[in-house]
Design a protein around this ligand. Structure first.
Ligand SMILES: Cc1cc2nc3c(=O)[nH]c(=O)nc-3n(C[C@H](O)[C@H](O)[C@H](O)COP(=O)(O)OP(=O)(O)OC[C@H]3O[C@@H](n4cnc5c(N)ncnc54)[C@H](O)[C@@H]3O)c2cc1C
Length: 387
């Protein structure tokens, strides 16, 4: 038995920072794998763990329930001490302490799952959407207004645009890039996203930046001024690492970790805050997969098999799904079929499948998971899809 694994048997207390998806999944995986020691979760918000994907979709409708991830009873069953509304203010790695304003919390192992915070547009002072409180504020603003200007046409900006249209608002969607969701789906599929939104009455202002303007107006860099009741800033997020500034951890657009989430001895990171093997993901499914791998590493158990990155997005009646991590210059082939314009964009590099994006094509997308992991010949995939 290695020195590392014999030391692992004396882990008495795991402290998790962040009571979001990554924090909860880490606790669940530790318990599922048989960890019987103490678990303390330190959460910056007062809310128990809730789900974020509904915040840009169903939660914006006035009668929606809050999307709690687990009932109180389920949380109790995990036998975890929840310290909510008590943000961690620092990490003393040498003394193995998480610092908070209420005192320091010793750990044998710490897992950082502090997520990300919205990037802001200088001088704009719009609303943002990351937390449940943000969603409540946006919902109230949308129900009181009739025109929304959304700055940023990424996944969240596009989802809010779709939700706002379904609520009957006029929507102006602005982005400096050439097409909505272009960073997520690539340049070949992005025009399809643009068509979807214009088809539902969203006014797109692509290739445009915003400028500071008077209240009730959204000014663009081509001189256009749009009348708006609500402005949403949706230009992406930055990993929530400010509280770790003095920790000595290596941080560069996320906490730098190895391929199983280890940032330093007995320090792990999962979710949107974590950069594993040089890559940071901001998608729901990835968070659970990372939490499972970290729990296995902490307990020195057999590691789960490799994961193929996956994301989804719901806009109008279309479900977008992406699998794999295609590079922006990978080859792309669009295949459309069926009465409901089911579409799959197949990405490849050197003739090997690297990823796929589907528009309401769930069955076709999910079937390609193993092929992406295996790097199957793309011609074989295209033949299969067009058969
Ligand atoms: C509006 C919205 C819609 C989304 N829709 C989709 C979707 O359709 N599909 C998809 O694949 N993904 C989607 N995502 C992304 C997905 O929800 C995130 O990837 C996921 O929530 C990340 O989980 P996390 O635990 O890393 O971070 P979070 O869920 O952000 O949790 C981090 C928690 O840590 C807390 N925290 C921060 N700092 C501290 C501190 N110092 N001390 C204590 N606590 C702290 C925060 O308050 C927060 O509660 C969406 C995200 C948002 C915001």
């Amino acid at each position: 038995m290695s020195a590392e694994s014999s030391r692992r048997r004396v882990i008495k207390r795991v402290v998790v920072v962040g009571a979001g998806l990554g924090g909860l999944r880490t606790v669940e995986q530790l318990r599922r794998r048989g960890f019987g020691g103490e678990i303390v979760v330190i959460g910056g918000e007062l809310h128990p763990p809730y789900d974020r994907p509904p915040l840009s979709k169903g939660v914006l409708h006035s009668d929606a329930a809050d999307p709690w991830l687990r009932s109180d009873e389920d949380i109790r069953a995990l036998d975890v001490t929840m310290r909510l509304g008590e943000p961690a203010t620092g990490l003393a790695v040498d003394q193995q302490l998480v610092l908070t304003d209420a005192g320091s919390v010793p750990y044998d192992v710490v897992v950082v799952a502090s997520g990300a915070v919205p990037r802001r547009v200088p001088g704009l002072d719009g609303l943002v959407l990351r937390t449940l409180d943000h969603a409540h504020a946006l919902r109230a603003a949308l129900s009181a207004g009739s025109r929304v200007g959304i700055v940023g046409a990424g996944l969240i900006g596009c989802e809010v645009a779709a939700s706002a249209r379904s609520l009957g608002l006029q929507v102006d969607l602005v982005d400096v890039l050439a097409a909505p969701m272009i960073r997520v789906v690539g340049p070949v599929a992005a025009p399809l996203v643009a068509d979807l939104h214009t088809g539902h009455g969203v006014v797109l202002h692509m290739g445009r930046a915003v400028r500071p303007s008077e209240p009730g107006r959204l000014a663009l860099d081509d001189g256009t001024t749009l009348p708006v009741d609500v402005i949403l800033e949706a230009i992406g997020v930055v990993p929530d690492t400010a509280w770790l500034a003095d920790s000595g951890l290596s941080i560069d657009d996320g906490i730098e970790c190895d391929a199983e989430g280890r940032a330093a001895p007995d320090v792990y990171a999962v979710g949107d805050v974590a950069k594993w093997a040089g890559r940071r993901h901001e998608h729901w499914t990835n968070v659970g997969a990372q939490a499972d791998r970290v729990a296995a590493a902490i307990l020195d158990q057999e590691r789960p098999g490799p994961d193929v990155p996956y994301w989804w997005s719901d806009q109008y009646d279309v479900k977008f799904q992406g699998l794999g991590s295609p590079a922006s210059d990978d080859d792309a082939e669009v295949i459309a079929w069926g009465p409901n314009s089911r579409t799959v964009v197949v990405y490849s590099s050197g003739g090997r499948l690297t990823g796929v994006v589907g528009f309401s094509a769930a069955a076709a997308v999910i079937r390609l998971r193993a092929d992406i992991a295996a790097g199957t010949d793309v011609n074989e995939i295209l033949a299969r899809l067009t058969a």
